[in-house]
Structure formats: C-alpha cells, structure tokens
Design a protein. Structure first.
Length: 278
C-alpha cells in the first residue's frame, strides 16, 4: 500500500471520526433487532440507526446522524444503495466470514451512489480492521458491545472509535481506553486552544496512570532491596535510566529529564516510607 494513501475523515454529528482522538459512540439503534415502528423507536438526534427495510429510511433520514449497513444484510444491494443515497454518514459493518474484498466492495457501492462519508465497523477481528483501514484509507470503528474487554486492544489496533451499547460502566471503560491508549498511540494535531488543552488532558491522564503504576513497582523494589528507602538509592542506575529515556525524548534530553525523574523517584520513595509506617 502506498504511504500517500488519502485518509478520509467523516463527521458524525459533533464527532470527527478518523482524525485526532478516537471517539466513543454509545447510541446505536437497530430497527432490525427491535422490529417496531421506526417513528416510535427512533428519537431525534440518535447517533446511528440500522434500518429493517426500505420503509425505515425516511424516518432515519429525518432523525439520525448516521445510518448503519448491518452485517446481516450487506448483500442486500438495493437496500445498501438506498441507504447510501440518503446522504448521511454510513457505517458499513463486516458480514461474518466476509473477506476484506467483499467488505470494501460494499463501500464501493456507497461511493457509487455519491456518498463518500463511509466508516468501516468490525466486531471481533482487529487484525482485519487494521488491514481494512490501511487498504482503504477509511476510518474504522470497533463495536465492542459484545465484548467490552476488547476496548484497549481495539484502540491499540488503530480503531478510530468504539461503539458501546451497554452499561454506564461499559461506557466508562471505553472512554478510559480511548483516553489512555489513544494518548500514547494516536497522532493529534489540535488546531484550537480548547482542542490542544483536551489533548494535553489525555496525555496527563495517561501520565498519571503510569506514574501510579511506577510508584507501585518502586514500592516492591524497596521491599526487595537489602537497603531500602532514600539510603538505598542507586544513583548510577538512575543516571542510566535518564539516559535511556532521553533516547525516546531527545527534545527534552538528559538535562531536562534528570530533575523530572528525580522528583518522580523521590515521590515514590516517600510513598513507600509512608506505607511502612502505617
């Protein structure tokens, strides 16, 4: 695949999918699953709606921000084309067992109808999700509703967002995954001050999590060392640590990293000493 492949960004309501931070979508309604009157089921502003048939499309067009081509009916080409013709952003789920070519072929039907606002969606095969995203340049969502444990792995695999149809706890798990893993792995180029501050908040959340984990591990080290606490500090190892970190953060360099890591180490030592006196 060419490294110059154009990356598509799709705006779904207030969310940009495929650019910047990963998103969490907790508002997906399947009219196929609920089998009722679309006008009674769909509320105004629902994020994603999956039709049961052609009759649902006018209501979806009026009330939903995006429409789903469900995995179970990707071979219903007339309905696929009619959905694409609505002009709404389209989420194309992969049919179980479908190869990459078949999945992306459904995207081609949408584009042929003049709708280039297409997002891919996968439930289980994160390797295929990554491959489809790379081959097409399209943003990709992972539907983790059936397995909330996939949140972290999905973001790490490159998912541009998570669909979560579950409990508030499930939603929090998804938000945590896109914040922590996304801050480490997803490139961001914020264009406004609020966007920049939000990006910094995500990095700080990850940094706080890692600092807490480091302090826990440092506490274990203090219990294992012959001489713990401040008296047992190994300054040679600390210098090696800073030098290694500088290879990953060359702009900061050893001179700037040294006082930062000294503060981190001392905070961990203070915490370890406090715990021994409790």
């Amino acid at each position: 695949m060419s490294s110059t492949l154009e990356r598509h960004v799709v705006t779904l309501g207030a969310q940009r999918v495929g650019d910047g931070p990963a998103v969490v979508i907790g508002d997906r309604v399947s009219l196929r699953a609920q089998r009722g009157d679309a006008r009674a089921i769909l509320r105004e502003g629902v994020a994603l709606a999956e039709p049961a048939g052609m009759d649902d499309l006018p209501v979806i067009a009026a009330r939903a921000r995006g429409v789903v081509i469900g995995a179970a009916w990707t071979r219903d080409i007339p309905l696929v084309r009619a959905v694409a013709a609505l002009g709404l952003p389209v989420v194309v789920e992969r049919r179980h067992g479908a190869a990459l070519a078949e999945w992306l072929g459904v995207v081609d039907y949408c584009v042929a109808e003049g709708n280039d606002q297409v997002i891919l969606c996968e439930r289980s095969d994160l390797g295929l999700l990554r491959a489809a995203r790379a081959a097409s340049g399209r943003p990709a969502l992972a539907d983790v509703s059936g397995n909330i444990g996939l949140c972290t792995a999905a973001v790490a695999a490159g998912a541009d967002g998570l669909i979560v149809d579950g409990t508030p706890a499930d939603r929090r798990a998804a938000e945590e995954a896109v914040t922590l893993v996304g801050a480490l792995l997803r490139p961001e180029a914020p264009a406004t001050l609020p966007e920049c501050r939000q990006a910094i908040d995500r990095v700080d959340a990850t940094l706080a999590t890692l600092l807490e984990r480091r302090a826990e591990l440092a506490g274990v080290v203090q219990r294992l060392k012959p001489v713990g606490g401040f008296a047992g500090r190994d300054h040679a190892r600390e210098r090696e640590l800073v030098a290694t970190m500088a290879q990953r953060a060359p702009e900061l360099g050893e001179e700037r990293l040294a006082p930062i890591m000294n503060a981190v180490i001392e905070a961990g030592l203070h915490l370890a000493e406090e715990r021994t006196t409790r």
